[in-house]
Write a protein that binds this ligand. Structure first.
Ligand code: FUL
Length: 478
């Protein structure tokens, strides 16, 4: 080929306009570990300890280790029930407020080492961590900062004890995907025999920044839960209900775990908050967190669990559902059955995505570039997305079905790696005229909106307000 042709071709390639660059992230965005956590959607919580044998929710710390004696404990059963229900991770109460440890900690005698369980040779943290990972699920731990057994609680030496235990747990049982710092703190306790009330200053006593830095040295991917994050926040109630408006952002400057009066803020987050700290919805399948035989008839029904799924995952949060094993050391038949039927209900409800029968167009596409086309909303790929032009904050997405369809739910997802943006939207169907069948505020990782059911050929989603140009990865109809 003559040289001038080669030079010409090279010039053509060099001058070809490059595609439109991806959207600029707006505000705080999730870390890769937080993004992975969002995608887990549902995790299981396990409250199991000496309280299981005393019928208490909060042990005083004086309970003799001899009481801890599950006779048929089977972590394989736990994991198989929980995996069958679709959970992606399991978080275990390794130590609750009473201080009893489910692993043979070298820093205290108040553990299963001094119980009859397996002749003191058991290690439930190890057994569950291994079984969980063998099943392809992730393992997390709850380690209560408040310790009603420890003689030094309230003094700086207790903080050293607590940190030593975290070292033990992270080094022996990792990788740990999530670590739970409970906000309940201080009060009456056994405290090594002192039997008194001890109050601490929740804002300063634990010196969390140092503890967190120490844990991050052992595992820089771990998700820290507490009222104030730093990775995920409490949702402000234990009923399973995230805010209808649910920002993943919040400003933590004056927040700390256990601070009173912040439930509303935690429930809905803060528009324009300075950190990405999404809400986690923790709720129990029974009235209590620990197993009590008297609550066997009060296990939440599949429909109640479905409603909780809708008010947690369906509002952009992650669900952490507690399923407490009984005194045998097994998940009770009633809980297992309820979970099975719940899973069935979810699978049936979300079996057929009617979007497969639809085509979509958008009123605006970023740079008119096919990289950001509306078709990505329907391609089942969480990594592709539709985006509007910078500065365009109201848009209409138009869906045309190939045949009459009757969707009951609209599911939307923002591509949150670019930040959370949408502030209000509306769903309309065409039936001669356009009718509004549902309205919503924030979307975030996922929003499942129940809509008024109509037989429709054409439906549109109007994004009425957005903090920046909307970027959505998925729209689905069920
Ligand atoms: C609370 C604790 O006091 C409860 O016992 C339970 O562990 C719940 C998940 O967190 O703050």
């Amino acid at each position: 080929m003559p040289r001038f042709i080669i030079v010409f071709l090279l010039l053509v390639v060099a001058c070809k306009p490059k595609g439109t660059p991806p959207p600029t992230p707006y505000g705080p965005v999730p870390t890769p570990a937080q993004l992975a956590w969002h995608r887990m959607e549902t995790n299981a919580f396990i409250h199991f300890s000496i309280n299981t044998f005393t019928d208490l929710e909060w042990g005083m710390g004086s309970e003799p280790e001899s009481l801890f004696n599950p006779t048929q404990l089977d972590v394989k059963q736990w994991v198989s029930v929980l995996k069958g229900a679709g959970f992606k991770g399991i978080i275990l109460t390794t130590k609750h407020h009473d201080g009893f440890c489910l692993w043979p900690s070298q820093y205290t005698s108040h553990s299963l080492r001094n119980s009859p369980y397996l002749g003191g040779k058991g290690d439930i943290v190890k057994a569950l961590a291994e079984e969980t990972r063998a099943a392809g699920l992730q393992f997390g731990i709850y380690v209560s900062p408040w310790d009603r057994n420890h003689a030094e609680y309230g003094k700086p030496t207790y903080i050293t004890y607590y940190r030593n235990q975290l070292q033990e747990l992270f080094n022996s049982y990792g990788p740990i995907f999530e670590m739970w710092f409970d906000g309940a703190n201080g009060g009456d306790g056994y405290y090594g025999g002192a039997n008194e009330k001890r109050s601490i200053n929740g804002a300063t006593y634990y010196d969390w920044p140092t503890t967190i830095a120490q844990v991050r040295k052992m595992n820089d991917q771990v998700i820290f839960f507490s009222d104030a994050g730093p990775s995920v926040r409490w949702v402000g109630n234990e009923r399973g209900v995230a805010g209808l408006t649910n920002w993943n952002t919040i400003s933590v400057d004056t927040l700390y775990a256990g601070k009173a009066g912040i439930e509303g803020l935690l429930n809905s987050g803060a528009e324009g908050g300075t950190s990405w700290i999404p809400a986690e919805v923790d709720v129990s399948i029974r009235p209590g967190w620990f197993y009590h035989a008297k609550e066997d008839s009060l296990v939440k029904t599949p429909q109640q669990l479905f409603d909780i799924y809708m008010s947690s995952v369906g509002r952009g949060s992650t669900l952490l559902l507690n399923v407490p094993p009984d005194r045998r050391g097994l998940i009770h038949e009633r809980d297992a059955e309820s979970l099975r039927q719940w899973r069935k209900l979810l699978d049936e409800t979300f079996a057929t995505n009617l979007a497969q029968f639809a085509s979509v167009s958008a009123s605006n596409v970023r740079g008119n570039d096919t990289t950001y086309r509306a078709g990505h909303l329907l391609d089942n790929d969480p990594d592709t997305y539709w985006a509007a032009d910078e500065g365009v904050t109201t848009d209409t997405l138009n869906f045309i079905f190939n045949d009459n369809q009757r969707p009951k739910y609209v599911m939307l997802q923002e591509a949150i790696q670019f930040g959370q943006r949408v502030k209000s939207f509306e769903v309309q169907v065409l039936d001669g005229d356009w009718y509004t069948v549902g309205t919503g505020t924030t979307i975030g990782y996922k929003r499942i909106l129940p809509i008024e059911q109509y037989g429709v050929l054409e439906l549109r989603i109007i994004i009425k307000e957005s903090l920046a140009a909307p970027v959505l990865s998925t729209v689905a109809f069920y």
